[in-house]
Design a protein around this ligand. Structure first.
Ligand SMILES: Cc1ncc(C[n+]2csc(CCOP(=O)(O)OP(=O)(O)O)c2C)c(N)n1
Ligand SMILES: [Mg+2]
Length: 678
């Protein structure tokens, strides 16, 4: 059998590793080894995890955090800190090791020892909220880098408003092959190039390895050429040479474009037989290989132990930003914009924002407009945009259809971030991820816009936003067969059900102008998760004129009670509420007493107490009406309820014809009630 020497000679990666390990050890090398050792130990202890990436990127991370990344471990929420995003979230031990070494409270050695265990902030993948220095949740490849683009946009937006003395930071990303293979990163990187986000730097772990093995199996992009074509500055370096790393980071800081640095690294650097292979990607090295790796690295400590002098050096890095932070606090104290800055960063709404909504509701009650809810949404934006300066929005190339733009906003462009409207281009997924980034950056309330059906293209980012409970609003128009002629590809059928199934989301489907105003109000106010506003293309009558109470706040309510003791309850959402109202009228003519319940937000309705829900739904047969699939409706209708909606995909025709064709009409509802009541 070949010994290590023979292996080395035959294998260019191990030959390179031997050359790296033979370099005279420097301080930076030892500091990086502390990361490697902690990653090895934590993964061994957990018996699961990903040691390869932290071992490969330790030198890059050490250089970045030692000299470039602006932060102060004493205050991880310092608003003007740089943002650090570990896009390759599987390498989470890299981040946890950095937080521990730099002395962040709440990430001590006890937490590192409990890597991947229940209630440890050192979770399998970095989870936003588990530790204040974790800037965003990562793990699904491509999300981190795309979220970071949103953070970089937020920095520019806030700098344009509050000036450089308060907002002057950078966004650093560590990304892997998988991150750059994923489509969403292509969308986000193209947008970053277009907007010339020069304070965004991606350190690309160019290790040529992914799970299946050599990336040559599936990946032959010229990554740097691709990013250059997006408008990025691009460089390739030896990811284990501190001088090259430092020079590249300096280059990135000077760059007038977003920058990607391809760092040629060896995954699992130090592991004598497994380095440079997928074997180090996602499994413990094993006791023998782990011990041999440490020996090869020149690391002779007990597990989870970092020598005092080394730890001191790391701790000094943790407080390196303290001076800058104190100077910043002084500037903030003397700034005329202090109150407003603190308000938006804390996510507090302006005192008077509500008056604007109240005026709008008054106007709706008086004029009872007949209009599409997408148009009602624009009316809401007309008043919300001036009243809430932190509201920043955009659309994925459907501005005129989503009606997401209002004049007061001004448009965002490269070098111009005074505007508040972003033309995201046809990049739904990148848009949703960027919106998450803006939200978790703080200081802005982002909204997106596209057709409801294309939430399929956004879903992974909506999900990350939901996990993080990010304050993001998605404006989703053309919400059913009611969009008409564009046909089945554009007509959502299963989307309501599938998004209602996602935890932490609020899915709002307002029925008229008043409900739309109320749902916008709730979405602006909600700070514990994303809101989806699901809106029609077709015009709808205004049915509500009462404004004393936001009735959508309870998720569902009796819009029209029966004339006398109820015989049946019609439960509908959005555009089908008007159909239910028309059915009620004809049934009343027939002497049948039915109530109409509007159910704009299932999540809020399910949070009401049982007694309220029982009163609203009534102990009589229930008929559900929604121009979508039935999935989930049993929850409100019970086992003996009747559902009127879609049972398959839609079709292309004028929408009135489609409603008739699919039997979603007042006549069909009335007939169903007659049948049900027998
Ligand atoms: C969207 C998504 N698909 C698949 C995975 C599972 N997965 C985790 S890491 C990885 C690829 C690993 O290669 P790379 O990104 O280069 O990381 P490295 O092994 O170099 O650390 C995959 C497919 C994932 N986390 N996210
Ligand atoms: Mg890789």
């Amino acid at each position: 059998m070949a010994g290590p020497d023979a292996l080395t000679i035959d294998n260019p990666v191990l030959a390179r590793q031997a050359e790296i390990l033979a370099r005279p050890p420097t301080q930076a090398w030892q500091m990086a080894n502390a990361i490697r050792a902690l990653a090895i130990d934590a993964v061994e202890a957990a018996k699961s995890g990903h040691p390869g990436m932290p071992m490969g990127m330790a030198d890059v991370a050490t250089a970045l955090w030692s000299r470039f990344h602006k932060f102060d471990a004493a205050d991880p929420k310092w608003p003007d800190r740089d943002r650090f995003v570990l896009s390759a979230g599987h390498g989470s031990m890299l981040l946890y090791a950095l937080l521990y070494l730099t002395g962040h409270d709440g990430m001590g050695i006890a937490e590192i020892r409990r890597f991947r265990q229940l209630h440890s902030p050192a979770a399998g993948h970095p989870e936003f909220g588990e530790h204040p220095a974790i800037e965003t949740t990562t793990g699904p490849l491509g999300q981190g880098i795309s979220t970071a683009v949103g953070m970089a946009i937020a920095e520019r937006e806030l700098a344009a408003r509050f000036g450089r003395s308060l907002v002057d930071h950078r966004t650093w990303v560590l990304a892997s092959d998988g991150d750059l293979m994923e489509g969403v990163s292509h969308e986000a990187a193209a947008l970053a190039g277009h907007l010339c986000l020069s304070r965004l730097t991606v350190m690309y772990d160019d290790n040529h390895i992914s799970i299946d093995g050599d990336t040559a199996l599936s990946y032959s992009d010229d990554v740097l050429k691709r990013f250059s074509a997006y408008g990025w500055a691009a460089k390739r370096i030896d990811g284990h040479d501190p001088q090259e790393i430092n020079a590249a980071l300096s280059f990135a800081v000077r760059s007038k474009k977003p920058t990607i640095i391809a760092c040629r690294t060896i995954i699992g650097l130090g592991a004598p037989t497994k380095a440079g292979t997928a074997a180090t990607h996602g499994s413990p090295l094993g006791a023998q290989e782990a011990a041999a790796a440490k020996a090869a690295l020149g690391w002779h400590e007990e597990p989870f132990t970092v020598p005092d002098d080394l730890l001191e050096r790391w701790r000094a890095i943790g407080s390196r930003g303290a001076t800058a932070r104190r100077a910043w606090l002084k500037r903030l104290a003397h700034s005329g914009m202090r109150a407003e800055f603190e308000r938006v960063m804390a996510g507090r709404l302006p005192d008077n924002w509500h008056e604007a909504v109240a005026t709008l509701k008054q106007e709706i009650a008086e004029t009872k407009p007949r209009m599409a809810t997408r148009q009602s949404s624009q009316k809401a934006l007309d008043v919300l945009v001036p009243a809430t300066p932190e509201l920043v929005g955009g659309s994925a190339d459907l501005t005129g259809s989503n009606l997401t733009f209002v004049k007061a906003m001004g448009t965002v462009g490269a070098g111009n971030f005074a505007g508040r409207y972003i033309h995201f281009g046809v990049r739904e997924h990148g848009m949703a991820a960027a919106a998450n980034g803006m939200a978790v950056h703080g200081g802005l309330i982002p909204y997106t816009g596209t057709f409801f059906v294309f939430t399929d293209y956004m879903r992974p980012a909506i999900r990350i936003g939901a996990i993080m409970r990010a304050h993001v609003i998605h404006v989703l128009t053309h919400d059913s067969i009611g969009l008409g002629e564009d046909g089945p590809t554009h007509q959502p059928i299963e989307h309501l059900a599938s998004l209602r199934a996602m935890p932490h989301l609020h899915v709002y489907r307002p029925a008229d102008a008043m409900e739309t105003a109320e749902c916008w109000e709730l979405a602006i106010r909600r700070t514990d998760g994303p809101s989806l506003l699901v809106l029609t293309r077709q015009a709808l009558p205004t049915m509500r004129t009462d404004i004393a109470e936001n009735r959508c706040a309870r998720g569902g309510y009796v819009l029209a009670e029966a004339d006398g003791p109820r015989q049946a309850t019609l439960v509908a959402t959005g555009s089908e509420v008007a159909i239910a109202m028309a059915a009620r009228e004809s049934l009343t003519g027939d002497g049948v007493r039915v109530a109409v319940v509007s159910l704009p937000c299932w999540e809020l309705f399910s949070q009401q107490d049982e007694a309220y829900r029982a009163t609203v739904l009534g102990g009589v047969p229930r008929i559900g009406i929604e121009a979508a699939g039935r999935f989930g409706w049993e929850r409100w209708l019970g086992n003996d309820g009747v559902f009127i909606g879609m049972s398959g995909f839609g079709a292309s025709a004028p929408y009135e014809d489609l409603y008739k064709h699919f039997g979603i009409t007042p006549e069909a509802v009335a007939a169903a009630v007659h049948r049900r009541l027998g």
